[in-house]
Design a protein around this ligand. Structure first.
Ligand SMILES: Cc1cc2nc3c(=O)[nH]c(=O)nc-3n(C[C@H](O)[C@H](O)[C@H](O)COP(=O)(O)O)c2cc1C
Length: 178
């Protein structure tokens, strides 16, 4: 099986973010599943204001290289006021053509019971406009504060299967889109 390069973007820079636990869990599972996965933190690449894809943007250079080389992408995004974090959108908007035909999987995070479902619905048309290929359904991580123990281990094993399916679907779409 060819090894797929899959950047995983942690899409919030918030101090104390719970989503980091999800991103680290997804990274470990992706590696265990044989993907060449790499974690990208929006904190490291964001600019304070939008720098569009047609302007020089040294901040986003590494993200640009990663997306160009990616066989598929995974985004770990929390729900903020029924939408996605602003810093994530600023980074997303720093590229354009690099996203075309890239399969993208979403891990949606919330402290509430819906697991970021409202955010996912807001994000779907944005990915669609960017001509990414949405590999659904998203993996929802609800009630995030209760989902991991103190060592960062997930308490609910059903997420292992959900992620396995996501990785298999990303492989399938990546092969079809090549
Ligand atoms: C600005 C802001 C808005 C939020 N809005 C929602 C929301 O609409 N729905 C929800 O379930 N949780 C909401 N939350 C709670 C987050 O889901 C919660 O912080 C969770 O831990 C995931 O985000 P985190 O990675 O920043 O911790 C919000 C949090 C912030 C900081």
């Amino acid at each position: 099986m060819p090894q797929l390069y899959v950047p995983i973007l942690l899409g919030t820079g918030r101090e104390g973010r719970q989503s980091e636990k999800v991103a680290r869990f997804v990274l470990a599972q992706a590696k265990a599943a044989g993907l060449d996965a790499e974690l990208f933190d929006v904190r490291d690449y964001g600019s304070a204001v939008t720098i569009p894809s047609w302007e020089k943007n040294p901040c986003a250079k590494q993200w640009q290289t990663a997306v160009k080389q990616a066989d598929a992408l995974i985004m770990v995004i929390p729900e903020y006021n029924h939408s996605f974090p602003g810093e994530f959108k600023i980074l997303l908007d720093s590229l354009f053509k690099e996203y075309v035909k890239k399969p993208v999987g979403l891990c949606a995070v919330s402290s509430g019971a819906f697991g970021g479902a409202r955010m996912a619905e807001q994000l779907m048309p944005v990915f669609n406009y960017l001509q990414m290929v949405w590999v659904g359904p998203p993996v929802y991580f609800p009630k995030i504060k209760e989902l991991f123990d103190e060592d960062g281990n997930i308490k609910d094993d059903s997420f292992l299967e959900k992620l396995k399916k996501l990785f298999a679907d990303l492989r399938w779409y990546s092969a079809k889109l090549k």
